[in-house]
Design a protein around this ligand. Structure first.
Ligand code: HSO
Ligand code: ZN
Ligand code: ZN
Ligand code: ZN
Length: 262
């Protein structure tokens, strides 16, 4: 299996100061074969701004891609917030740029975000989690502009509940529909290793969900750290790859201009 990090943020994201060059140097130290930058673009994030200067982004990263061509494969992608209130803007944005890879993530539901906690106000954990999975299903049914669904289970990180875990069995019917929709549309999932900080032995989503995706016929999997600082580049990637192998995958999927390489 190739070692990749397909989810990384830099100073081009509204919430990161990281240097792309330092990410690359750390990726090489970690022995990665390929990385993909996936800076944020969200169209309606409350409080923070997740705009992306795509001209400057492609200019800086293309230069680095050429400079490091003999040492590591570098792709230029994006993490776009899927948002049912901004369908046309999102589709137009993605279509206008030559991204290698697009992560579609749910960060905001009807102008209500999870990070500062607004979304959870007045909701039980079950209500909040169910709404998140239902909205995720709507987004994967509606949008075609992405390659992989970002960090399914992300909602658990921010819930103000003592036991933060997602009780997947309560929403298994919705989760199955999400996975079936992705498979039918030729789209994949990532394991986002930022989840190890909370889950200890797995990321977002956990490996039971990955198994279920495979059982249902899914073949497209990536792994990414969601690094906003260079020290995290490549973190837990080997562990995820071991699990992928045990589940029965031969390799991860990589992309060029939003088309699968393998
Ligand atoms: N975009 C972050 C969440 C966030 N941080 C919002 C600052 N504001 C998750 O990658
Ligand atoms: Zn971020
Ligand atoms: Zn995200
Ligand atoms: Zn991210």
């Amino acid at each position: 299996m190739r070692k990749i990090d397909y989810h990384m943020h830099t100073h081009f994201s509204g919430d990161s100061e990281a240097s792309p060059r330092e990410h690359i140097e750390q990726a090489i130290r970690m022995g990665l074969d390929e990385i993909c930058f996936t800076d944020h673009r969200d169209f309606d994030y409350p409080i923070d701004t997740f705009d992306l200067d795509t001209d400057a982004y492609f200019m800086e990263l293309s230069a680095l891609k050429n400079e490091y061509v003999d040492r590591i494969i570098i792709k230029i992608g994006v993490e776009v917030g899927l948002d049912m209130d901004h369908i046309d803007e999102i589709n137009t944005f993605v279509a206008q740029c030559p991204f290698d890879y697009v992560i579609g993530s749910i960060h905001v539901i009807h102008h209500t975000e999870f990070y500062y906690g607004e979304f959870f106000k007045g909701k039980t954990k079950e209500e909040a989690h169910r709404e998140f999975f239902e909205e995720t299903l709507k987004c994967v049914q509606t949008f075609d502009c992405f390659n992989c669904l970002g960090h399914l289970d992300y909602i658990m990180r921010y819930g103000p509940y003592e036991d933060k875990r997602v009780e997947h069995e309560l929403y298994q019917d919705i989760i199955d529909e999400i996975l079936k929709t992705l498979i039918q549309k030729g789209k994949g999932i990532e394991v986002n290793t930022s989840g190890y900080a909370l889950n200890k032995t797995c990321g977002f989503p956990n490996f039971d969900i990955v198994k279920r995706y495979k059982e249902l016929g899914g073949t497209i999997i990536t792994v990414g750290t969601d690094s906003h600082t260079s020290d995290r580049v490549g973190e837990h990637v080997e562990d995820v790859l071991k699990h992928y192998q045990d589940i029965g995958f031969d390799d991860v999927t990589t992309f060029t201009k939003r088309v699968k390489d393998n």
